[in-house]
Design a protein around this ligand. Structure first.
Ligand SMILES: [Zn+2]
Ligand SMILES: [Zn+2]
Length: 166
């Protein structure tokens, strides 16, 4: 998107709905795909004194493996982000957006980073997912159990009986 040609006056607002393709995210070694991969992004551009103000609004849904039980997990987020850009600011100035190169706005990179910032630390099938048993690897959601000496596995009990008989 060419920003320089917009030539907005202070107070003037330009709204655009654009499409952005989100590449899969890799978090904690798992891959999360955006569904759908191409999403509408609302971009609002206005001119404040000294800088262009860019506002982004989008809704992303990612799906992949639950970080605890490896079952299906999905996370949906409404994402808002704001950038400022002054074409006359020196390089590395805080009024120069990282997503603007020359006159071009890299909306794909910005949308992706904005989504990444909103993601939870852990993507889970449900908030209280019990995860997998660290001892036997079974899904504790489907089969809640503990491994303690007080409740021995019946197979071991049978073996112990056999041993006693020998
Ligand atoms: Zn889970
Ligand atoms: Zn177990």
């Amino acid at each position: 998107m060419d920003l320089r040609t917009l030539r907005l006056r202070p107070g003037e607002v330009r709204r655009e709905t654009l499409e952005v393709a989100l590449e899969p995210f890799v978090l904690g070694g798992q891959r999360y795909e955006a569904t759908p991969a191409t999403i509408p992004v609302e971009l609002e551009i206005s001119q404040a004194s000294g800088a262009m103000v860019l506002d982004l609004l989008l809704e992303a849904r990612l799906s992949g493996a639950c970080m605890r039980c490896l079952g299906f997990a999905e996370v949906a987020r409404q994402v808002r982000a704001r950038e400022f850009h002054d074409f006359d600011a020196p390089p590395a100035d805080e009024l120069r957006s990282d997503y603007v190169t020359d006159e071009h706005l890299d909306l794909t990179a910005w949308a992706r980073d904005a989504v990444a910032l909103e993601l939870p630390d852990q993507i889970l099938c449900r908030e209280d997912c019990a995860g997998l048993c660290p001892v036997c690897g079974k899904d504790l959601n489907e089969e809640p159990h503990e491994h303690t000496e007080r409740t021995p596995d019946p197979r071991w009990a049978a073996l112990a009986e056999l041993r006693d008989e020998l």
